[in-house]
Design a protein around this ligand. Structure first.
Ligand code: AP5
Length: 269
């Protein structure tokens, strides 16, 4: 699948100083989606597909850290230097650091084009902060998609992942291999293996997911937002089984909002 017309996401990747060259068009009902799932389940791959078709930006906290890792030491704050250490080891970055950088990018969460959050929230504290932040401005989530896959397949996806050093496109050495080995199909950049895809870091990441992120499934189930989706099959198949369900959620929410507005008018509120 070719990625075309991707928003630059400069405001997300660089923070408040960044200016996006292309801003997604304001939508009648913006998509506000959270993607949950173990590391390597395919959240980033799905976020790219959702971004191309639903036109909401793919906002990944992992991408913010990886973008920071390409800067020189002198450009990084002490908190960011510390965060990159956690990431290399496969551990979660402390909540305060993560929330500070998400909050700095609050404009992205208010963007009229909506958003697809990938890798955030990842702990109960982050989920509560996000909820309070959105509630304050009357913004609700459309849905929280949780991708499900047996652990053995997750480990195989992570171990075979390769990323383009230039455009960051993601491949897999056997499942989604590039046309020329080691080179990106889109920009011919060299493909590399992420530092946290080494076996010892994968183990730490999967443990962190089970301990800190998996409990969010129940949090969002109770909130009536959870949409469990099997992550087996090709990226396209997974996408095709996700989108009709998302459409239903969005239209139901719209009908509920219209109903509540009509009720308020009737009761003179
Ligand atoms: P982050 O970048 O968020 O990594 P992650 O959640 O571990 O997820 P991944 O990017 O590894 O996997 P993915 O699910 O996106 O899978 P992908 O689509 O690439 O976070 C990295 C680190 O940053 C964390 O460990 C932490 O240190 C820190 N961090 C970030 N956010 C944080 C937060 N909120 N709080 C605290 N710390 C935070 O696919 C994987 C592979 O499978 C690819 O090779 C792909 O080509 C292949 N693939 C995808 N779909 C399929 C398919 N259907 N069939 C076959 N292969 C497939």
């Amino acid at each position: 699948m070719t990625v075309t017309n991707k928003p630059t996401r400069a405001a997300w990747l660089q923070g408040p100083s960044g200016r996006c060259e292309t801003v997604p068009n304001g939508q009648f009902l913006p998509w506000r989606i959270v993607l949950l799932g173990a590391p390597g389940v395919g959240k980033g791959t799905q976020a790219d597909l959702l971004n191309q078709r639903l036109l909401a930006c793919h906002l990944s906290t992992g991408d913010v850290f990886r973008a920071a890792a390409t800067r020189s030491e002198g450009e990084l704050s002490p908190a960011m230097k510390e965060a990159l250490g956690y990431m290399r080891r496969g551990e979660l970055v402390p909540d305060t650091t993560v929330w500070d950088l998400v909050q700095e990018r609050g404009a992205c969460l208010h963007c009229a084009g909506g958003f697809i959050l990938d890798g955030f929230p990842r702990t109960a504290a982050q989920a509560v902060s996000l909820k309070q932040f959105l509630n304050k401005d009357g913004l609700g989530l459309t849905a929280v998609v949780t991708y499900e896959l047996p652990q053995s397949e997750i480990v195989a996806r992570l171990g075979g992942r390769r990323t383009c050093e230039k455009c960051k496109a993601v491949y897999h050495i056997t499942e989604r291999s590039p046309k020329v080995e080691g080179r990106c199909d889109h920009c011919e950049g060299a493909l590399f293996q992420r530092e946290d895809d080494r076996p010892e870091a994968i183990k730490v990441r999967l443990e962190a997911y089970d301990r800190s992120t998996a409990p969010l499934i129940e949090f969002y189930r109770k909130a009536g937002l959870l949409l469990p989706v099997s992550a087996a099959g090709t990226p396209e198949e997974i996408y095709e089984r996700t989108v009709p369900e998302l459409e239903v959620r969005r239209l139901t929410q719209f009908a509920e909002q219209m109903w509540a507005a009509a009720e308020n008018r009737r009761s003179g509120l």
